[in-house]
Ligand binder design. Structure first.
Ligand code: HEC
Length: 102
């Protein structure tokens, strides 16, 4: 419960910081992350698979969303392409969540 509250707070902060019309859906991003990404990148971004960036350490997160989204869509090395599996908006939701793991 406490964790949920913290997540919600982060969501508010992230949304506020972005200050855009299309605020990322943090909760959906979290669910998608657990479903599609956690196996390699770790439930908390600790990086399970060798070579998978540790988002918790901020690895690769110094790049803009559009660049990261491109990598996720087309795949990179052992990361499979998510084109056709996730829509752009969903990937942006996941990236918004990923940035909170830091
Ligand atoms: C099969 C394992 C695997 C899965 C599943 C996976 N990744 Fe990756 N991911 C990797 C590896 C390995 C790399 C590092 C590739 C490289 O060396 O450039 C990576 C790199 C990345 C990067 C950095 C790309 C860049 O340009 O530097 C991002 C962002 C990323 N993954 C996000 C995701 C997201 C979001 C998901 C879920 C939708 C996901 N990954 C699923 C293995 C995976």
């Amino acid at each position: 419960m406490r964790k949920t509250m913290r997540m919600m707070l982060v969501a508010v902060l992230v949304t506020g910081a972005a200050g855009t019309v299309s605020a990322a859906n943090f909760v959906q991003g979290q669910q998608l992350y657990q479903m599609h990404c956690a196996a390699c990148h770790g439930g908390r971004g600790e990086g399970v698979m060798p070579d998978a960036p540790k988002f918790r350490m901020g690895e690769r997160l110094d790049q803009p969303d559009m660049i990261l989204m491109q990598s996720v869509k087309s795949g990179k090395k052992t990361m499979p392409p998510f084109f056709g599996i996730l829509q752009d908006a969903q990937i942006l939701d996941v990236l918004a969540y990923v940035r909170t793991l830091r």
